[in-house]
Design a protein around this ligand. Sequence first.
Ligand code: SF4
Length: 342
Amino acid sequence: MNATHPASLWKPMDDGRVHCNLCCHFCIIAPGERGLCGVRTNKDGELLTLVYGLVAALNIDPVEKKPLYHFLPGTTTLSFGTPGCNLRCSFCQNHTLSQPPRHGSAIKGQPAEPMALAETALDSGCKSVSYTYSEPTIFFEFARDTAVEAKKLGLANILVSNGFMSPACLDELGPLVDAANIDLKAFTPAFYDTVCGGKLEPVKKNLVRMRKLGWWLEVTTLIIPGLNDTPEELGNLARFIAEELGPHTPWHISRFHPDFMMPSTPPTPPSTMENAWDVGRQAGLEYVYIGNMPAGSHNNTVCHSCGKTLLERRGFSVAMVALENGRCNACGATVPGRFGLA
Ligand code: SF4
């Protein structure tokens, strides 16, 4: 079932084609054709989105699962996504959701209205709504309208994204989003080009812009054996976060497991994950977390000032052991993040 709806952020061209300005692919789409993401189509010279109001995954998740570790810890977030993505990462762990529209497959989901989603979040005790699972950029209109309704109800909005949206898209999302977890998948243009079908530079620029917008920002990197796991590359990536986004920006390093088009690549060795954690700390990052594997103390939040353990995590559950009103109760340092109500 396709849910057609007028798209935003595009311009008509003189010859009937349209120019989509939603993500950094900037597709030019002929009548009857779809853009690279497969969920925006030119119908008689007008751009339509095929995923407005069409939910393909919907859950109430711990906010730690996004992952966000410094934003309303211990709360739940209503999380949803539509089919589709503007990238084609070979390692995608949500490929059954993200990739079929790119190949022209039927776009499947359940109908849902923005206001009903926001009300469900509130009624379920969630403190936020998360736009996640696939890529929220490609369901921008649906996410935007839901975010407006969520704000009216006092809920926070969380973006979980590859960060490849256009500047115009980011402008519109700016006042609506409270927190984001953005993938920084590697630190070479070649990786983004060959493994993901995207570009590195726009993601870097968007991350810097998001920081200036005042969003609470956390960054995730999936460490893949042989593709992005050298100390040199990880050091460059971590230094970019520390220098351009700030040393207090949490960096989630996540363990690769074989998936999608990479069934033969082995899981990341635990020693590589430990080394990446060290690289992040040496680059100046104060909060580095290991995910997708048991990580012991590397999953806890430790005060950057005195080293006291502030939050202990087991899986997605969290216990505040020495954090009060966003301050370390041992040394009084303010811990970066949002630890109050939304
Ligand atoms: S959202 Fe991106 S990939 Fe999709 S049509 Fe627009 S420019 Fe192309």
